[in-house]
Design a protein around this ligand. Structure first.
Ligand SMILES: [Zn+2]
Length: 147
């Protein structure tokens, strides 16, 4: 297993703590893990030390199906330098409401689709790309539209 120190080195720029360490370990294996409460079943992201619904501390990092609906979409015309990101074409950032639970949202980008096809309400599915040598969870448009 990767040490905490190695994990922090891999995910430079992220603050890794005891609540989200399992999430980032999962990313290395291309598994999107979201904390789920063992006692009441509620999902929560970003991770917190206790369940926001029943106050249980028994939370389990659990894989999600990776399907959802775009809840929010913005296009960055500038931003921090990142491998594979060229802001000449505005970089899409989407918040996706995951199918597991209303209000359970995960923010990333959409790949493989022209910006004009990326819109609120579009269905997406999770995929993984490599960025700076690290697996990055991203979304692709579902239903075959936009190629
Ligand atoms: Zn709970």
């Amino acid at each position: 297993m990767v040490t905490d120190e190695a994990l922090s080195a891999v995910f430079k720029g992220h603050s890794i703590d005891r609540d989200n360490v399992a999430h980032f370990r999962g990313r290395l294996e291309r598994r999107l893990l979201i904390n789920r409460c063992i006692d009441c079943g509620v999902w929560r992201h970003p991770p917190r030390p206790i369940c926001s619904s029943c106050w249980s501390s028994r939370l389990e990092p659990t894989p999600v199906a990776g399907t959802g609906t775009i809840h929010l979409a913005i296009f960055l015309h500038q931003g921090p330098p990142a491998e594979g990101v060229d802001y000449a074409t505005p970089y899409p950032v989407v918040t996706v409401e995951l199918d597991e639970q209303p209000g359970l949202r995960f923010t990333s980008s959409v790949v493989g689709a022209p910006n004009e096809t990326i819109a609120i309400g579009r269905r997406v599915r999770l995929d993984w790309i490599e960025r700076a040598g690290t697996p990055l969870p991203v979304f692709r448009l579902a239903e075959g539209a936009g190629q």
